[in-house]
Write a protein that binds this ligand. Structure first.
Ligand SMILES: [Ca+2]
Ligand SMILES: [Ca+2]
Length: 157
């Protein structure tokens, strides 16, 4: 009896029950298509924000359609303009259609996983706005942003 798993050792078939529950929570084809995507999505510091942007109610409660939209935008195949559009929405934390300095600070903090000091973050944000702000209004419009990512594609990753 040396080959028993901890589950079997407890006398119940618990391992199998748990496995079946997980299996049924996703439709089979959908789960297979989403699997590699889900594993990188789980580590994404923007996970909550992405869910907010793509959910119809804006609060992160995603329907299957929302999820499929998100999946197609985040996939390798999506056109760059489309990715840029959604990246802009994700970084525009207060939804006012501009990326201002405080939006950018949140973005930089997430991108760097809070490894920079507040002073460094401030410096980076000033530099980004300085370089990308085409019309000098101190904030980034979609046009400013698209100009920026042509030069700094890291923001789309
Ligand atoms: Ca904003
Ligand atoms: Ca601007």
């Amino acid at each position: 009896n040396g080959g028993q798993t901890p589950f079997q050792a407890q006398g119940l078939d618990q391992g199998n029950c748990i496995g079946m529950g997980l299996e049924e929570s996703f439709p089979r084809g959908f789960r297979a298509a989403g699997e590699p995507f889900c594993s990188c999505y789980r580590d994404n510091p923007f996970r909550q924000r992405i869910a907010e942007v793509f959910s119809e109610d804006g609060e992160g409660n995603m329907t299957l359609d929302d999820f499929l939209d998100m999946f197609s935008v985040l996939s390798e195949m999506a056109p760059r303009d489309l990715k840029a559009y959604y990246a802009f929405k994700i970084y525009d934390f207060n939804n006012d259609d501009y990326i201002c300095k405080s939006d950018l600070e949140k973005t930089v903090n997430k991108l760097t996983r809070n490894e920079l000091t507040p002073e460094e973050v401030c410096l980076v944000c000033d530099k980004v706005i300085d370089e990308a702000d085409q019309d000098n209004d101190g904030r980034l419009s979609v046009e400013d942003f698209q100009h920026m990512i042509v030069r700094a594609p890291d923001f789309l990753r």
